[in-house]
Write a protein that binds this ligand. Structure first.
Ligand SMILES: Cc1ncc(COP(=O)(O)O)c(C=O)c1O
Length: 400
């Protein structure tokens, strides 16, 4: 017996996948041309599967800020926030995030994944309870496991199910933390946040909202779904990431609870990892500023999102429940999904192919995501590629 024996089922699944879809494991971005174009395996490709919602990964001001920081402060901090890894940029970004969200405090983490691990594992523990939406991201699942709290899932976007469970759990007389996302990453659907806030307030629970996909995307000023739904005061903790609309890497939590600052001292994922490099912090600060100053980016993002969503719907594809920058095509059949995904690649369009168990419905998803940086011609190209591959599926029928 070897340590690798347990990987045999995985190896077999990988082999089967390789045989039916040879490109699946071989996507290499050989040259990044812009925020929306790359050379992939020798072929020019429109990138329609990144989370670069505002297109800021190639913004000239963000690049200048990053270059300036790397020259002045070096390539890395080589230390934890608790030791030598808190530079003035980290502190400034925390102030800027707190100000943007109108909150008392903010903590910056090394990734969005780490932000969820850190917050969940620290806020609740043994004897306390987490009530999470069943479709939450893996980082939330992992944070829950790390917390040692009792974890219950409620049905996706079902506030009645949440309330029923809150009512039952209220007899236990312990802390309950409800965890949801703003915009869900796979289907691009919004959480019914007003009802969730009403339920958590009725039972005296706490609420953490992961706005990873909604920062810069939703809300009059881009603060996310809580802003759009006008329930910011009812949200105890907002978690987010710098790796999507801010075009960098990193994560954060903001809160109006003055005790947020204490999380730093109790959180292993904060203490025992190196802090973000100065260039990342500098580009993120610039991107956060642009997010606030240039609302036209959000408008362009939504114009593109509505166009792609509407077009794919007209082509007869089974898309997610509402228009959003995440436009996911649902396919029951794996072979069909491989054929469509490969067909799109051949036509110079990269979208994410997401397979069960990573999908909420157990179906396959062709997950496109739209950017403010996509030109009208690129959106048109993506739509035409979907139209061309439509014949490879029985699922899509033109709308009447
Ligand atoms: C909802 C959600 N939360 C957290 C994360 C993790 O963010 P990061 O990639 O910045 O670690 C993701 C990443 O896709 C996500 O979709």
């Amino acid at each position: 017996m070897t340590i690798f024996d347990k990987f045999q089922p995985l190896a077999a699944a990988r082999k089967e996948l390789e045989q039916s879809c040879d490109n699946f494991f071989n996507i290499v971005m050989e040259e990044i041309v812009s925020g929306t174009e790359a050379i992939v395996n020798g072929r020019p490709m429109i990138l329609a599967g990144s989370n670069n919602y505002l297109g800021l990964s190639f913004d000239a001001e963000c690049i200048d800020a990053a270059c300036d920081a790397v020259r002045k402060q070096g390539t890395g901090t080589t230390g934890s926030r608790m030791a030598n890894g808190t530079f003035s940029g980290h502190v400034a970004l925390e102030h800027e995030l707190a100000e943007f969200f109108h909150c008392q405090g903010a903590i910056v983490f090394s990734t969005g994944y780490v932000a969820n691990l850190a917050m969940l594992s620290t806020l609740v523990g043994s004897g306390e309870i987490i009530l999470m939406d069943a479709d939450c991201h893996a980082s939330i699942y992992d944070g829950c496991r790390m917390s040692g709290a009792e974890v219950h899932r409620f049905r996706h976007n079902d506030p009645q199910d949440l309330e029923k469970r809150l009512r039952r759990l209220s007899k236990r007389n312990t802390n309950v933390l409800v965890v949801v996302e703003g915009l869900y990453s796979m289907l691009g659907d919004r959480a019914p946040l007003a009802e969730i806030v009403a339920a958590k307030e009725k039972y005296g629970a706490y609420l953490l909202v992961d706005e990873a996909h909604s920062l810069g995307v939703l809300g009059a000023t881009g603060r996310g779904l809580a802003e759009e739904a006008d329930v910011e005061k009812g949200v105890d903790f907002v978690v987010g990431t710098f790796s999507k609309s801010l075009g960098a890497i990193g994560g954060f939590c903001v809160s109006d609870h003055p005790e947020l600052n204490l999380v730093r001292y109790a959180s292993r994922p904060y203490v025992f990892t190196a802090s973000s490099s100065p260039s990342v912090i500098a580009s993120t600060r610039k991107a956060l500023n642009i997010l606030q100053e240039r609302s036209e980016l959000r408008q362009r993002l939504w114009d593109n999102a509505n166009k792609l969503y509407g077009n794919l719907m007209d082509l007869g594809f089974s898309v997610g429940p509402e228009p959003s920058p995440i436009v996911a095509v649902n396919l029951e059949d794996k072979t069909e999904a491989f054929a469509l995904w490969s067909g799109l690649l051949e036509r110079g369009v990269y979208v994410n192919l997401v397979l069960p168990p990573a999908t909420p419905s157990g179906n396959c998803l062709l997950r496109s995501s739209v950017s403010a940086a996509h030109t009208p011609d690129q959106i048109e190209h993506i739509c035409q590629a979907f139209e061309a591959v439509r014949e490879l599926t029985n699922a899509a029928q033109p709308a009447a």
